[in-house]
Design a protein around this ligand. Structure first.
Ligand SMILES: [Zn+2]
Length: 472
């Protein structure tokens, strides 16, 4: 090789290294002290590097050191290193045990068999960094559940890509002696962690149920909208229902947490609406508090539609669930001087305005669905499928207006944007008579009767029928 070729080769290598310049992390978990040793290496030299998390756990982080021996100074919730040399690494220790105890709302009480924490609180990242690449070393028998994207393992360690998301987006990782299982579906994998030591029968029952729920979601799109989804199943003792609560989280990747009574029979899990609801949140981007009515409305709409399509409930039952939900929404929207739907969304927790927000949103999407189908335009499944392809990765927040505008453009018709502008400022519960009339849903006393006139039947089946999948 000539000197010139050699120099060129070095240059190419250097450029390559910069192109692949994602921060490289190594995590080593110590079970005895319930702590994580973190190493963060950056290829590029810099006058200053500022490492920060969400600032909620600074007291649980200690023993900071740099491989170059330089200083690292705490500045508020961040650690700042000056004169960073190329290839240098930062080391520190995160006391995850102390942190989990200090974050009861983010963690889970799994009776000591799993340590659950929000990674944004202890995994410090350089400002403006790309996605982080991480290798994780765990003691034998200890499992990790994270929302991160798994990569091929290397040197006997698990490896992941950690998507860069805003620190304010909550996420969960669990470490401990629990069982994990990958449920592969078209388009992606549900990475399931079963906390709380379910026995063999309970385990198979939970996995069969989650497989079915995954199937239900796939029916809308032909594939999972997201390639890798963490599913944390957390036991909560004896309850009236099989699933008592669920959360869909976006911090550092996509994750669902489902709080379940593992002792319930299969039939109780089949009646659950929470898991299909949470899975439906994967179909839309983060829409912020102002967009809660759109986000929750979408999941509330699909929680019934998907179960009917999957045969978990009859179409009649699903329409009755809509009717009952709209009645609850209407009841919760009585009184004068109601805030706008958008304002109610931003104060949903304080005002306990869940019913109004969720079911107003469900009426919005059902109204749009009917309008699209009436005009022969691509309906919601197809639009969300197209949205997943263009816009869900990399993850970012969308304003509600930009989201509905994009869905309009993805299938044509200009239906959503004008609806959105009038609905977001409405101060009443939407009237659902026109929806009912279009669908042939008739009241007979307290009961709901389905008018089987051909047009009604066709429209109802187009929404609830198993063939109403993304293939159309
Ligand atoms: Zn929800």
């Amino acid at each position: 090789m000539t000197a010139r070729a050699f120099a060129l080769c070095l240059l190419v290598l250097a450029l390559d290294a910069r192109a692949a310049g994602a921060p490289r992390y190594a995590l080593r978990y110590d079970e005895a002290t319930r702590s994580m040793q973190v190493e963060a290496c950056l290829d590029a030299a810099a006058a200053q590097v500022r490492f920060a998390g969400d600032g909620s756990a600074t007291r649980s982080l200690a023993r900071f050191a740099r491989t170059g021996g330089g200083a690292i100074a705490r500045e508020g919730a961040a650690w700042v290193a000056r004169d960073w040399r190329a290839g240098e690494c930062l080391h520190y220790r995160a006391d995850l045990g102390a942190l989990a105890a200090a974050q009861p709302r983010r963690g889970i009480d799994a009776r000591g068999d799993a340590l659950v924490s929000d990674p944004a609180s202890w995994l410090l990242e350089p400002d403006d960094a790309d996605d982080v690449l991480v290798r994780v070393e765990l003691p034998d028998g200890v499992a990790l559940s994270a929302p991160w994207v798994p990569l091929a393992p290397g040197d006997g360690a698990a490896r992941y890509r950690i998507p860069r998301t805003p620190d304010a987006w909550m996420g969960r990782i669990a470490l401990g002696r629990f069982q994990t299982r990958a449920l592969r579906l078209p388009g992606g994998t549900l990475h399931v962690a079963l906390l709380g030591h379910p026995d063999a029968t309970q385990r198979e029952r939970l996995l069969a149920w989650l497989g079915r729920v995954g199937d239900v979601a796939v029916r809308a799109f032909g594939r999972l909208p997201i390639g890798d989804v963490q599913v944390l199943v957390a036991p909560v003792g004896a309850q009236r229902d099989a699933v008592v609560f669920g959360q869909s989280l976006r911090g550092q990747g996509n994750g669902l947490t489902l709080f379940v009574d593992v002792a319930q029979p299969s039939s109780a899990f089949e009646q659950d609406w929470i898991a299909p609801h949470e899975l439906s949140h994967l179909f839309h981007p983060s829409l912020g508090e102002r967009g809660a009515w759109l986000a929750e409305g979408l999941a509330t709409y699909y929680q019934n539609v998907l179960r009917a399509r999957a045969g978990l409930m009859s179409p009649e039952h699903a329409w009755r669930a809509f009717e009952a939900g709209f009645a609850r929404g209407r009841d919760a929207s009585r009184g004068s001087a109601l805030p706008t739907l958008e304002a109610a969304s931003t104060r949903m927790g304080e005002d306990r305005a869940y019913m109004r927000v969720y079911w107003s949103g469900a009426a919005f999407w059902l109204g749009a669905e009917l309008e699209w189908r009436r005009r022969g335009l691509p309906a919601l499944d197809a639009r969300l499928q197209a949205f997943a392809q263009c816009c869900l990765d990399p993850p970012r927040s969308w304003t509600p207006r930009d989201f509905v505008g994009r869905l309009d453009r993805l299938g044509g018709g200009d239906v959503l944007a004008p609806m959105f502008e009038s609905w977001r400022v409405r101060t009443d519960f939407p009237r659902t008579d026109a929806l009912h009339a279009a669908l042939g849903l008739r009241h007979a006393g307290d009961a709901l009767r389905l008018d089987d006139g051909a047009a009604f039947r066709q429209l109802r089946e187009a929404i609830m029928h198993p063939s109403a999948s993304a293939s159309r």
